[in-house]
Design a protein around this ligand. Structure first.
Ligand code: NPW
Ligand code: ADP
Ligand code: K
Length: 505
């Protein structure tokens, strides 16, 4: 068993592949072996997390997730802890494994109650074994609002003791990182005690994206002594391989990035030059050899005094076919006129923000984007946030967020390019590739302009010559890592993020 931290490329399996793996792993083993291993692992982690617990409350649901809780209850009781179990299963209707563990817990003398023990404190522990990978997305239809499971789930979530979730936090869908309908916590009802999740047999994608990161807290993994030969549904995006710059290199070795964006204040009364500056500065600080800045504003400045390395260019002076172009950042409506030429000619292209919005409502631009995949020397990455992705897909934000992996893949396939679907646990996808979920980053990035910084970083990585998917994945990891390592006492602003980043290449 070990704690999951950003770095390695961990394989992620959704509920269907986990259930297939479980069946294959269980087949050659004596009955109940996997649940016994799960219960032991859980008890071991529980003791390590709460060595001074006076009371351990274990909330057990009707299925095998509850069975894992019952099995752990027996072990913890045998270790002399005061264990209290609330079991919502029915002996005549529960799965065989759970029934077996219920009998073992009873025989061991575990205490069963219908209510949580009073006065659970921060040194105690709550184990959430209500629902695991068996949860289906149509929960609302089957659980009436007065169902005891809903009340117990609310008690678990508001518990003052640390909460250790078995396999997944109950109510969270293992595949998507969204709560099943009717099972999302009401605002303000989740306690502030630490959260842990012990993922069993496989790591589930939903723990790392969408609502999953908050719900899961610290993720631990135990493979139950079984290997997982199935192709993963996704990978946890690994730390980029660090490359050393050869002495015999020069600025041309690291590529030219041109940032196009920044509608002028005069055009519609909304000056957005800052977004383009942020992307350009980020590209420069991420190791691009040369960075050109093309503002969609004839009256704009001719120099960035803070960052004089940036070279200002008119659009007509850009040799798009030789450049890595980052288009869209603050481009407003002005970017639209430049897009046909950019899509036709740019050698490597990162499309962000207003460029994506323009493409979303223009069939000709969509065709021009799709055509790029058939020109082998052209490479394209899109970096939408969920609303931009929704516009491109003709869907709602809720639909995108309900299936982040599928939404990113769908966009990648539709436009034949690499896609970064941003937000907590950014998803990277490309045609023919297994998607990745990024493990770095935090809510300090929820501040205007950090997406422009990311676009510039993807541009710099792409300009360095690595393949588009790797470039996007590396940039997303590094962008999030910078936020994770940001000193707590310093404000994280997009400009500071752009200028303090270590080179990617
Ligand atoms: N995979 C592994 O590696 C191993 C798995 N193990 C553990 O088993 C867990 C999976 O157990 P699981 O399949 O029994 O389902 P679980 O998560 O307990 O919850 C489903 C329960 O709720 C019910 N239910 C479901 N949807 C519902 C709905 N919409 N509305 C209402 N009810 C609904 C459903 O009832 P049913 O659909 O059968 O009527 C069922 O009773 C897994 O997460 C892990 O902890 C380990 O022991 C060994 C290794
Ligand atoms: N809560 C969060 N956790 C992790 N990353 C986040 C969070 N909020 C925002 N981010 C990241 O910050 C960036 C914001 O990008 P975007 O929404 O395009 O902002 P902007 O348009 O203001 O630059 C993305 O890389 C996104 O993944
Ligand atoms: K659970």
């Amino acid at each position: 068993m070990y704690r999951i931290t950003p770095g390695p490329a961990y394989a992620l399996h959704g509920s269907a592949s986990t259930q297939r793996l479980e069946a294959a792993a269980a087949a050659p083993l004596p009955l109940h072996t996997l649940m016994r291993r799960a219960g032991l692992a859980l008890a071991k982690l529980a003791r390590a997390l709460a060595p001074h617990a006076r009371t351990v409350w274990i909330a057990c649901g009707p299925g095998n997730n509850g069975g894992d809780g019952l099995e752990a209850a027996m072990h913890l009781h045998q270790h002399g802890l005061a264990v209290v179990v609330t079991w919502l299963g029915e002996p005549l209707h529960c799965p065989k494994d759970a029934h077996h563990s219920w009998m073992r817990a009873q025989a061991a003398g575990v205490c069963f109650t219908s209510q949580p023990p009073a006065a659970l404190g921060p040194q105690d522990l709550c184990i959430d074994a209500l629902l695991g990978v068996g949860l289906s997305a149509n929960a609302q239809r089957r659980w009436p609002s007065n169902h005891p499971l809903l009340a117990t789930l609310a008690q678990v979530r508001s518990c003052a003791a640390p909460v250790l979730a078995v396999d997944v936090p109950s109510g969270l869908l293992a595949d998507s990182g969204q709560f099943a309908p009717g099972l999302a916590p009401a605002p303000g009802t989740v306690g502030t005690s630490p959260r842990h999740t012990l993922s069993l047999l496989t790591l589930k994608p939903g723990l790392f994206t969408g609502a999953g990161r908050d719900a899961a807290g610290t993720v631990w993994f135990d493979d139950l002594d079984c290997s997982a030969p199935e192709t993963p549904d996704a990978w946890l995006n690994p730390h980029p391989v660090t490359s050393i710059r050869p002495h015999a290199s020069h600025k041309g070795s690291y590529g030219d990035v041109a940032v196009i964006g920044g509608e002028g204040l005069g055009q519609r009364g909304m000056g957005m030059g800052g977004a383009a500056l942020l992307a350009a500065r980020a590209a420069l600080h991420s190791g691009a050899g040369r960075v050109l800045l093309c503002l969609c504003d004839e009256t704009g400045p001719g120099i960035d005094i803070v960052q004089p390395e940036l070279m200002l260019r008119h659009f007509a002076a850009l040799h798009l076919e030789q450049l890595t172009v980052v288009a869209g950042c603050g481009g407003g409506e002005a970017i639209r006129a430049m897009l046909p030429q950019v899509l036709a000619d740019a050698a490597r292209l990162v499309l962000d923000a207003d460029a994506l919005n323009a493409i979303a409502c223009d069939a000709q631009l969509q065709q021009a984007l799709q055509a790029r995949q058939h020109r082998p020397h052209q490479h394209t990455a899109l970096t939408p946030h969920p609303l931009e992705a929704a516009r491109l897909l003709g869907a709602s934000v809720e639909q995108v967020q309900a299936q982040r992996l599928e939404a990113a893949l769908q966009l990648a396939q539709r436009f034949g390019c690499v896609v970064v679907l941003k937000g907590s646990g950014s998803v990277m996808a490309a045609p023919g590739q297994i998607p990745r979920i990024n493990p770095t980053g935090n809510a300090r990035l929820a501040s205007a302009g950090t997406g422009d910084v990311l676009a510039g970083m993807v541009g710099a990585a792409l300009a360095s010559g690595i393949d588009t998917y790797t470039a996007a994945c590396n940039a997303v990891f590094t962008h999030g890592e910078a936020a994770d390592q940001w000193p707590h006492d310093l404000p994280l602003t997009a400009n500071a993020l752009a200028c303090r980043l270590l080179p990617l290449a």
